[in-house]
Ligand binder design. Sequence first.
Ligand SMILES: [Fe+2]
Ligand SMILES: [Fe+2]
Length: 302
Amino acid sequence: MYHDFNYKMTLATSLRAQWMLDDVLREDQDLDFSRHFLPESLARTAVVASLDGDEQRILNQISAHQYLSIFAIVEEFILPFLIDHSRTALHDDDDWRVRALLNFATEEAKHIHLFKRFHAAFVRGFPVECRVIGPSEAIGAKVLSHDPLAVGLVILMIEWMSQSHYLGSIRDDRDLDPLFKSLLRHHWMEEAQHAKLDTLIVEKLGAGLSDKKIDRVIDEFFEIGSFLDEGLCQQAHFNMDALEQIIGRVLPNRADIISQQHQAARWTYIGSGMVHERFKATLEGLSPRAAERIAEAAPLFA
Ligand SMILES: [Fe+2]
Ligand SMILES: [Fe+2]
């Protein structure tokens, strides 16, 4: 498949684009809880008609707490995947590849640190505890038990989705917290290079595989997707518990809101990556049948 990047160029761009944690959020900085945190394209809270404006903002913030938690969980399985893959690069005498992959891993470790720092700021300013699915080690172990190419494709989908998350935050005309906007922007700045490196990883893992083998890999891609989706469903219940605790009433249409918010999460954490043109192009290069199967499933996550 044609593309115009390689390990050397991508490493150089990565090193120029790097930022420090304090550029995004200092440890003593507080989030502005009078504002929305996530763009409406992700949170889909402005359409929940049974909530008033303040309650919609609180649900938006709970959805942002979910964002910090889910990204911390996924980055925690991306990191060991990269370390394992970097080890295989030590033997092939390509210094640019080794350095680019190790730099990629270092940046993901920094992202975990950043998401935890935002999470701490959230907990400091939010009136109730928001429960989170987990533990992250168990989720990571389950994902990593799958074929490395299936895991690589899931990670590639996640890298590209961070672009549509950033674009959503600049298109949103509501009063978004500038620190959250900055989080989405800085994350994408580095993910843009990760997506290229992950494309190279997927191409390497997929080289020379038979159609039958790739079909099995796509089965495993869907197994990982279903597993993550079950977690998102459970998380939607936890989110509603937190909302009801704050507003002090049980919502009569609780099940409807959970279902609507679960669908918003499906789009945020799965669908927005599945339909990304660059992700689809990599799938086409791997196997047109793989691209077709994933395109057929995409409407479920819209
Ligand atoms: Fe990341
Ligand atoms: Fe990444």
